[in-house]
Design a protein around this ligand. Structure first.
Ligand code: GDP
Length: 195
């Protein structure tokens, strides 16, 4: 897809702030630092539209980006920071749960995992949560550039097995550095937009 426009719409903390338009929406979930913002930036050919690496302590917001006036990407705050307090983690949980269970525009979730490592327990829980709510999930295994090509398939297999993915669920190898997997990711998004 040729991206001709991409802008941040809002950093939202509550449903009243979610954009009130009926466009397809793709939410990015994953561990902090896994490469969610880099995924968005690579897909839309921008270096820095999506802010990189939200550090703990920063306000946790759902960042809505509008692409080609056609659909939204939603950058969801990451999980897995050991230093986050219990109350912050609970607030995060409530925000995520509200968003994923009530947002009608949500077309699919993109679960971003690191190709180098087996998915974490949190990744498994997030995948199960999304499936439990019958949300379409596309798993993106990113940072492929950090692994030799000869090992890609072996790592993909570990990801499928650890997440206990169903055969027909999509798993796409990606790199926010090289753009590997970008065409495949666009095809998946388009397919979901037209379903
Ligand atoms: P987020 O917290 O999930 O949004 O993660 P970011 O997109 O901010 O990425 C975290 C760090 O990983 C940054 O230093 C990125 O440059 C780096 N990174 C993200 N994706 C890739 C990738 O595909 N390959 C490599 N080599 N580094 C990446």
């Amino acid at each position: 897809m040729k991206v001709t426009s991409a802008d941040i719409v809002i950093s939202a903390v509550k449903p009243a702030q979610y954009p009130d338009v009926n466009l397809p929406e793709f939410a990015l979930a994953g561990r902090s630092n896994v490469g969610k913002s880099s995924f968005i930036n690579k897909m839309i050919n921008r270096k820095n539209l999506a802010r990189k690496s939200s550090k703990p302590g920063k306000t946790q917001t759902l960042n809505f980006y509008i692409i080609n006036d056609m659909f939204h990407f939603v950058d969801v705050p990451g999980y897995g920071y050991a230093k986050v307090s219990k109350s912050e983690r609970e607030a995060w949980g409530r925000m995520i749960e509200t968003y994923f269970t009530s947002r009608e525009q949500l077309t699919a979730a993109l679960l971003i995992v690191d190709l180098r490592h087996p998915p974490s327990n949190d990744d498994v829980l997030m995948y199960e949560f999304l499936n439990h709510h019958n949300l379409p999930v596309i798993v993106i295994a990113t940072k492929a550039d950090k692994i030799p090509k000869g090992k890609w398939q072996k790592h993909m297999k570990v990801i499928r097995e650890t997440l206990d993915m169903e055969k027909n669920h999509e798993l796409i190898l990606f790199s926010g550095e090289t753009g590997q997997g970008k065409d495949e990711a666009w095809s998946a998004l388009k397919r979901h937009m037209h379903e």
